[in-house]
Design a protein around this ligand. Structure first.
Ligand code: HEM
Length: 141
C-alpha cells in the first residue's frame, strides 16, 4: 500500500469516527426544547405530588411559581435560551429539613418523568450530572 493510499484511508477512518462521535442534536433539543421541558416539568410535578414519600412537603407551596422556576432552571441547565429568575437552591430549601431519602425520591420521580417523555438516557444523565452538585445546598446537614 502506497503512503498516499495509507494516508487517504487514515483520513477516511478519521472522518468516519468523527461522524460517529459528532454531537447529535444539542441537549436542549433532546429535551424537546421549551415545549418539551414544560411537558417534562408537568410530568415531574404530577409524580412528586402523588409520591407519598415527599408530597406533604409541597402542600403549602405556590405550585405555579415552582412550575415556572423549574422550567426556567431545567431549560438553562440543558443549554436552552432561558434565564433562571428564582432564588438560589440554598435560599429556597433552607429550613425545609430535606433528607437524603427525600432528595433520592425526587430524583427517582424526575427519571420516571424523563422516561415518560422519551428523553434518551444519555441526555437524562447529562441533566442529572448538572443537578447533582445542587445536592449540598438542598439536603439539610
Ligand atoms: C435536584 C433537586 C432539586 C431542584 C433542582 C429543586 C429546584 C427547586 C426550585 C427551582 C425551586 C423554586 C425556587 C424559587 O421559588 O425561587 C424549589 C423550591 C422548592 N423545593 Fe426544590 N429542588 C430540588 C429538590 C427538592 C427536594 C428533594 C424537595 C423536598 C422533597 C424540594 C422541595 C422544595 C420546596 C418545598 C420548594 C418551595 C419552597 C418555597 O416556596 O418556600 N426540592 N426547588
Amino acid at each position: 500500500m502506497g503512503i498516499s493510499r495509507l494516508l487517504s484511508s487514515l483520513g477516511l477512518a478519521l472522518l468516519l469516527s468523527a461522524c460517529a462521535s459528532a454531537p447529535r442534536a444539542g441537549l436542549y433539543e433532546q429535551f424537546g426544547g421549551r415545549p418539551g421541558i414544560e411537558a417534562l416539568v408537568e410530568e415531574l410535578l404530577v409524580r412528586v405530588l402523588e409520591d407519598e414519600r415527599i408530597a406533604a412537603q409541597f402542600a403549602e407551596v405556590d405550585l405555579v411559581n415552582l412550575n415556572d422556576r423549574l422550567v426556567e432552571q431545567i431549560c438553562a441547565e440543558v443549554g436552552g435560551p432561558c434565564e433562571y429568575t428564582g432564588r438560589t437552591m440554598a435560599e429556597s430549601h433552607e429550613g425545609l429539613a430535606i433528607t437524603e431519602a427525600d432528595f433520592n425520591a425526587l430524583v427517582e420521580d424526575l427519571v420516571a418523568a424523563m422516561d415518560a417523555r422519551g428523553i434518551p438516557r444519555r441526555a437524562q444523565n447529562r441533566l442529572l450530572a448538572r443537578l447533582a452538585p445542587m445536592h449540598r445546598d438542598i439536603v439539610s446537614p
